[in-house]
Design a protein around this ligand. Structure first.
Ligand code: COA
Length: 338
């Protein structure tokens, strides 16, 4: 490595998001599931979600969001692409190379990151690491999920919670003090909780038994209550670590962008951090839980509707399967979502 890297930071220079057109309401789900609009809204805060049509895959969402982030970045081109997804187009190969090719990015390094709902922050950390080390000048970080494709249509406990979508940021090398610089990152995992959020079949563990998979095991499964508790615990603790590291008081936070899993979880984390609930960016009501894509989608919505203004101090935190969690903070740059 021949480039000086001391004092380099990854700076958010572009932002893009995309959701598929089809909107599914709670009432539409209640037509074939034993559930109701009232239950879903009061337990989760969700009213609608966007759902892919058959034939649309994660890569299609990723290409749309990636192209918008590149447009927002005003023509900067990445030399690495990192894609966070729980729903790759195929078990093998990774989906990122296809996304890079379809975005016309040539033969740049492109690979997938798997951290479920924490995927965007893990991918952001990976991209920031490439930049900090001097291995890259610009990294396109995409998080895309066709999450509804892995839901069990007969399982009301999971089918009502998730939606599809994608978000992306373009990171460029810059100064740690400039707006948009990724200030600190806290990441963690606890594999003892691997069974709380899982698709049990389809990987090497199940295949190596040689036995046919139970149909329910080929779908996403979640143990909602412990997931709820762990989400609140880890997002709160991780957020505190980031605030401590960068020296922000809770009152310094202008916008709290938590993983959009459930409005009750968002409020519980805000309450524990003593951040007023009005500072929590919320779009879970419209897009539901889009897993790894949730934070960049929330950022894009908040930037578009004026909730996020240049200079705002933004705290982001997420929790997901693995178990995994993470947090980061930025001073919002003067960019518009593409
Ligand atoms: N419609 C109607 N009733 C439902 C339902 C649905 N879609 N899903 C579950 N229920 C029922 C349950 O069967 C249960 O009935 P019972 O009391 O007769 O047994 C009742 O509602 C309460 O279920 P419970 O699981 O206690 O509800 P909850 O308040 O914990 O809410 C979740 C369930 C899934 C919304 C909540 O646990 C949650 O949000 N967990 C975290 C999920 C998440 O965010 N995952 C992603 C993490 S990154």
């Amino acid at each position: 490595m021949d480039r000086p890297t001391a004092g380099r930071a990854a700076v958010i220079a572009g932002l893009g998001a995309y959701v598929p057109e089809r909107v599914v309401t709670n009432d539409m789900l209640a037509e074939h599931l034993d559930t109701s609009d009232e239950w879903i809204r009061t337990r989760t805060g969700i009213s609608t979600r966007h759902v892919v049509e058959p034939g649309t895959a994660t890569s299609d969402l990723a290409v749309e969001a990636g192209a918008r982030a590149l447009k927002s970045a005003g023509g900067l081109t990445p030399d690495v692409l990192v894609l966070a997804t729980t729903t790759p187009d195929r078990p093998c190969p990774g989906t990122a190379p296809d996304v890079a090719a379809r975005l016309g990015l040539g033969r740049i390094p492109a690979f997938d990151v798997s951290a479920v709902c924490t995927g965007f922050l893990y991918a952001l950390a990976t991209g920031a690491g490439f930049i900090a080390s001097g291995l890259a000048e610009r990294v396109l970080v995409v998080a895309a999920e066709a999450f509804t494709t892995i839901l069990n249509p007969a399982d009301r406990t999971t089918s009502v919670i998730f939606g599809d979508g994608a978000g992306a940021v373009l990171l460029r090398a810059g100064d740690p003090a400039e707006p948009g610089a990724v200030k600190a990152l806290d990441l963690g995992s606890d594999g003892t909780g691997r069974d709380l959020i899982t698709v049990p079949a389809g990987g090497s563990a199940q295949r190596s038994t040689g036995l046919p998979a139970k149909p329910a095991d080929t779908y996403f499964q979640m143990d909602g209550k412990p997931v709820f508790m762990n989400a609140v615990l880890h997002m709160t603790a991780s957020s505190k670590k980031v605030l401590d590291e960068i020296g922000w008081q809770v009152s310094d936070v202008d916008a709290f962008v938590g993983h959009q899993a459930n409005l009750r979880i968002l409020h519980a984390v805000a309450d524990r951090l003593k951040i007023p609930r009005e500072k929590a960016v919320v779009n879970v009501d419209r897009v539901a839980n889009t897993a790894g894509a949730s934070i960049p989608l929330a950022l894009a919505d908040a930037a578009a509707d004026g909730t996020l203004r240049p200079g705002d101090r933004v705290l982001m935190t997420a929790f997901g399967g693995g178990l995994t969690w993470g947090s980061t903070a930025v001073e919002w740059p003067g960019i518009e979502a593409g």
